[in-house]
Design a protein around this ligand. Structure first.
Ligand code: AMP
Length: 210
């Protein structure tokens, strides 16, 4: 199954990507996680991306298209994958089309801006493996510690309120037009991302199987 998860930053794509990945045994491909990993390892890509990311801006198309091409060529993506955070612009979607990828579904998680801003303040991620948590909605078993690998949970720099507002502005301007782009293919499914996690997961799986 080849999927794209769309939605504003903080709409819950990452959490659903983890559930889908477990259920269908396909890898989750998150450009945000890949860029953060590159940043941690201080690679050329990481250094290039840092200033954009910290300011809540998108990393240039050619950079992310390059990393996605390389990642999707991996053997583990042959039977399918979940794209989380890519594409984020029309040129990125066009690049994916040019790679000859036949998508099964594009799921868009809808959450109003005010709810996103409130949510982001509670978001925490594992500094080591990238798993995501929330101080209210998805608490780890032990506060501040990752259930999967035991490392410390941290707040992302770009989850601070001013940066979140800029990320939302960029989302509406550059990413939201992708809804129309994929609606035209008949593969777009809308999921209400405001419910509790169990209800969202149920709606997501239903959308994948309809
Ligand atoms: P995310 O974790 O998906 O919210 O991504 C964090 C940041 O990484 C974004 O705010 C961008 O700076 C950058 N990024 C991730 N994916 C993309 C993409 N597809 N295009 C451009 N920038 C991206």
């Amino acid at each position: 199954m080849k999927l794209i998860l769309l939605g504003a930053p903080g709409a819950g794509k990452g959490t659903q990507a983890e559930f889908i990945s477990e259920k269908y045994n396909i890898p989750m491909v998150s450009t945000g996680n890949m860029i953060r990993e590159a940043l941690k390892n201080e690679t050329e890509l990481g250094l290039k991306a840092k200033s954009f990311m910290d300011a809540g801006q998108l990393v240039p198309d050619e950079v992310v298209i390059g990393i996605i091409k390389e990642r999707l060529d991996n053997e583990d993506c042959k039977n399918g994958f979940i794209l989380d955070g890519f594409p984020r612009t029309i040129p990125q979607a066009e690049a994916l089309d040019k790679m000859g990828i036949e998508l099964d579904k594009v799921v868009d998680f809808e959450v109003p801006d005010e709810a996103i801003i409130a949510r982001m303040s509670g978001r925490r991620v594992c500094g080591a493996c990238g798993s995501s948590y929330h101080t209210q909605f998805k608490r780890p078993e032990k506060d501040g510690v990752c259930d999967k690998c035991g490392a410390e949970l941290v707040q992302r720099k770009d989850d601070h309120p001013d940066t979140v507002k800029e990320r939302l502005r960029v989302y509406h301007e550059q990413t939201e037009p992708l809804k129309d782009y994929y609606a035209k293919t008949g593969k777009l499914r809308i999921v209400d991302g405001q419910n509790d996690i169990a209800a969202i997961t149920k709606a997501t799986f239903a959308a994948l199987e309809d």
